[in-house]
Ligand binder design. Structure first.
Ligand SMILES: NC(=O)c1ccc[n+]([C@@H]2O[C@H](COP(=O)([O-])OP(=O)(O)OC[C@H]3O[C@@H](n4cnc5c(N)ncnc54)[C@H](O)[C@@H]3O)[C@@H](O)[C@H]2O)c1
Ligand SMILES: O=C(O)CC[C@@H](O)C(=O)O
Length: 526
């Protein structure tokens, strides 16, 4: 596993990668051309907010399997290009939120009390407070746009200063507003017209980019204080400068600049604008958290394990991870068996979740099933990220259904694969400690603990067939570990599932197929 770290992350993160056996190259500040010329060697890339991970880079990154964003916002990473190539994008959304919220409040204090300006005067040996009278926070109204992780941390902290907190976030429930003691505003204009201090905490998306512009400043209270510790461009910089000149905005605290990193923004010309170089997450604590978390996630992704913070995958609650891992393994095994047993192109996949499993995040288990299904036949990389897209591109219809109980089992997954009018079914459950069990294939019932090498044979249910299988496998030097038999008394047929200790040669398979009474025999590798 070879990973390139293209921006500075905490040493603890690098150590974690090395301990996990990763070959790490740390090259912060690498010129773009050099990055593009070497990225082809790497399985993983770890970035912060400066490296643009885009089509240009993907085209040169033939081996890339994971992009780790050491931080929260992923607006520097083109998601579509990653997803279509099966590249997992992971981030560390929780690791630096406290630091970002604290810098927001720091900027708020610094702007409202002119701390940097007063400091600079004294450093110039001037005892002079003139023209720099501050504003108390108590009794003022702060307007928060985006009441997510950071927005709500800012809200709860500012309440202790005796401020009224109002917020605009149409995607947050009324209950959450009530819980936080924040007054909900139905429109942005309503919020703009009521707040003394505006702070924005939305992600940068097509919808939010430029959401605070000329029109919003028109309805703002005169003398507004503006804080942006989220992303450049959420507040249109040109409109902000106009509003500063028109004294609609009295002061601003800005951590993020359009076109960053650079130190040439026209905003730097304003004495009443305090700027920091995207330092929201720059604390020892946040960087240690971020570094260790991203390292762990990148390693997990490279090992093909499920990663809780994968951005281009369904979200997976960390609390469910242990339980769901067992189902992911089961689902992948079930999927993998189809093309090794049947040779028909898949037209439709039906997945039925019954019992306990139905209450979990099943979409991710469905991805594991699809991953397993396509892996044996596709040369291209199949993983959790692109499995659904591959199904879509191959016109495979996927449906999922849930039932709260399962006959005879506490928890059961059934996969039905439809092809040319035929239906293949396989069902599985998990036992104590999450052990996977295959309990049904095409109507034959078993209790099979899936092993790396298995022989699955259908035969006429008559004496002698099983014995001959054993003899021929012995002759082929294949040791049988366990054997299970599923019987269909109506058709006088049976299915044998043998766990074997090694691969079975084509020759031995041909001998087995020739046994009288054997209808079909397949070697399955898990
Ligand atoms: N300055 C820094 O160093 C730093 C550090 C960490 C995070 N960030 C940035 O802070 C921002 C917030 O991060 P977070 O972890 O709180 O994100 P989050 O996803 O937890 O919260 C974002 C909130 O914005 C809301 N939202 C989305 N679109 C909206 C719209 N059109 N109008 C109003 N609300 C909208 C969402 O509903 C959500 O509640 C992100 O832009 C992130 O990149 C900056
Ligand atoms: O310090 C960084 O890398 C950026 C931090 C922050 O903007 C984030 O999105 O996590």
């Amino acid at each position: 596993m070879k990973v390139l770290v293209s921006e500075q992350i905490a040493q603890k993160g690098i150590e974690k990668l090395t301990q996990e056996g990763v070959n790490v190259d740390v090259k912060p500040g690498l010129p773009r051309e050099e990055l593009l010329s070497i990225i082809g060697e790497y399985d993983g890339l770890i970035v912060r907010s400066n490296t643009k991970v885009n089509e240009e880079l993907y085209q040169k990154a033939a081996k890339l399997k994971v992009v780790g964003r050491a931080g929260n916002g992923v607006d520097n990473i083109e998601m579509e290009g990653a997803t279509k190539r099966g590249i997992i994008v992971v981030n560390t959304p929780e690791s630096n939120v406290v630091s970002a919220a604290e810098l927001t409040i720091g900027l708020l204090f610094a702007t409202c009390r002119n701390i940097p300006q007063l400091h600079n005067r004294l450093k110039e040996r001037l005892w002079d407070r003139s023209g720099l009278k501050g504003m108390e926070l108590q009794g003022k109204t702060v307007g928060i746009v985006g009441l997510g992780r950071i927005g709500s941390l800012v809200a709860t902290r500012l309440k202790s200063f005796g401020m009224t907190i109002i917020a605009y976030d149409p995607y947050i429930s009324d209950t959450r507003f009530q819980k936080l003691g924040v007054e909900k505003k139905e429109t942005l204009d309503e919020l703009m017209s009521q707040c003394d201090i505006l702070t924005i905490h939305t992600p940068k998306t097509e919808e939010t980019y430029g959401m605070i512009g000329k029109e919003q400043f028109k309805v703002a209270k005169k003398g507004l204080t503006v804080i942006n510790c989220a992303r450049a461009g959420l507040i249109n910089e040109a409109a902000l400068m106009e509003a500063l000149k028109a004294k609609i905005v009295k002061r601003a605290g800005i951590d993020v600049l359009e076109g960053e990193p650079h130190a040439t923004s026209p905003l730097l010309e304003f004495d009443n604008v305090i700027v920091t170089p995207h330092a929201g997450a720059d604390t020892v604590e946040a960087q240690d958290n971020v570094g260790i978390t991203v390292a762990q996630e990148v390693v997990s992704a490279l090992r093909g394990e499920m990663v809780p913070n994968a951005v281009n995958l369904p979200t997976l609650p960390v609390q469910e991870l242990d339980v769901i891992q067992a189902y992911l393994r089961l689902g992948e095994i079930m999927g993998k068996m189809y093309y090794q047993l049947e040779k028909e192109a898949v037209e439709k996949v039906e997945i039925i979740y019954q019992g306990e499993v139905a209450s979990l995040e099943t979409p991710v288990i469905s991805l594991a099933i699809l991953k397993g299904l396509f892996e044996p036949v596709l040369k291209e990389r199949v993983n959790y990220v692109n499995a659904q897209l591959i199904a879509k591109n191959r016109s495979v219809k996927v449906t999922e259904s849930k039932e709260s109980t399962a006959d005879n089992y506490l928890t059961l997954i059934t996969l039905k694969v439809m092809s040319k009018g035929k239906v293949f079914t396989i069902s599985g459950t998990t036992f104590a400690k999450g052990e996977p069990r295959i309990v049904e294939i095409n109507g034959y019932e078993f209790d099979v603990n899936p092993t790396p090498y298995m022989l699955i044979a259908e035969n006429i249910d008559k004496p002698g067939v099983v014995g001959q299988m054993g003899t021929l496998l012995g002759a082929g030097k294949v040791n049988i570990a366990t054997m299970q038999l599923g019987r269909n008394f109506t058709d006088q047929q049976a299915m044998m599932v043998l766990a074997v200790d090694s691969e079975v040669s084509r020759e031995t398979l041909q001998f087995l197929s020739g046994i009288e009474g054997i209808l079909r025999v397949r070697f399955v590798k898990i």
